[in-house]
Design a binder for this molecule. Structure first.
Ligand SMILES: Nc1ncnc2c1ncn2[C@@H]1O[C@H](COP(=O)(O)OP(=O)(O)OP(=O)(O)O)[C@@H](O)[C@H]1O
Ligand SMILES: [Mg+2]
Length: 249
């Protein structure tokens, strides 16, 4: 069954047309990769899935519910179900790592102080962040900040996780921790979309991969076919020929 369905999504900013009818679906438990050049509109699609942007026309279905015209109030239930791991991490700079993770639990759950503490410490340990709980985000390396951002996104146990370039700029160790996390969460039944420029990660964790060029999905393939170089649009994109990655010459 499809948990996410985006239908004929169109969006422009002023004169700039970004999406010209983007249609795709993600099955329950699937991890979908979304590739596309910088500025092609990947983050806008992810933001729209939690109602931070609205399409000009088109539909967004989460678990069979059309959400594109939802009010902020109606979106609260969606945001409990769908976590967005922001491209920049989006941590609260003035809060410790512990408080960054505890905050959503304090705000949105009825867990006791003790339960929250246990959950935060366990989640930090899962992300190899033991001992960092009293640090501020500015005292962490980029890789650690990304891991904290991801830890905060998953601590509410969302059904859907949207990863926006979770491995960008990371060293091999941090990249592997993130890849393993995505795979581990997938095994627990989480449905996800991975936006990335990191092809090895996309191939390692995604079931299917889409390519967005000039406002449209121009290719869709299994990770296996992408790895085998069978998809010429994606092969061109990977070689840095975005002009030809829509299949034209
Ligand atoms: N709130 C906004 N106001 C005006 N323009 C915007 C807004 N949000 C996005 N855009 C524009 O929409 C286009 C798509 O942006 P988006 O952030 O989705 O790109 P992206 O594919 O995520 O790129 P990158 O790989 O660099 O992160 C860009 O040209 C961007 O400038
Ligand atoms: Mg982006």
């Amino acid at each position: 069954m499809e948990l996410i369905r985006v239908e004929d999504f169109c969006k422009r900013f002023g004169d700039k047309v970004v999406h010209q009818g983007v249609t795709f679906a993600v099955k329950r438990g699937e991890c979908l990769g979304l590739l596309g050049g910088s500025g092609s509109g990947k983050s806008v699609i992810l933001r729209s899935l939690i109602g931070l942007e609205k399409p000009d026309t088109g539909e967004i279905h989460i678990d069979e519910t059309e959400i594109s015209k939802f009010t902020e109030r109606q979106l609260i239930s969606i945001r409990k179900k769908v976590a967005y791991a922001f491209q920049g991490g989006a941590l609260f700079d003035s809060m410790t790592v512990f408080d960054n993770l505890a905050y959503p639990l304090l705000e949105h759950t009825k867990l006791s102080k003790n339960e929250i503490e246990n959950k935060v410490l366990k989640t930090l340990a899962d992300f190899d962040l033991k001992g960092s709980e009293n640090l501020l985000p500015s005292n962490l390396s980029g890789g650690m900040q990304k891991r904290v951002g991801l830890a905060r996104a998953i601590i509410m146990e969302p059904e859907i996780i949207l990863y926006d370039e979770p491995t960008a700029g990371l060293d091999p160790f941090n990249t592997r921790v993130i890849q393993e996390t995505i795979i581990r969460l997938k095994k627990t039944g989480v449905t996800s979309i991975l936006v990335t420029h990191d092809m090895p990660s996309a191939i390692a964790v995604c079931d299917r991969i889409l390519l967005l060029v000039r406002g449209k999905i121009v290719a869709e393939a299994t990770a296996r076919d992408v790895m085998d170089g069978k998809v010429k649009e994606i092969a061109n994109f990977m070689e840095g020929n975005p002009r030809r990655s829509d299949g034209s010459r």
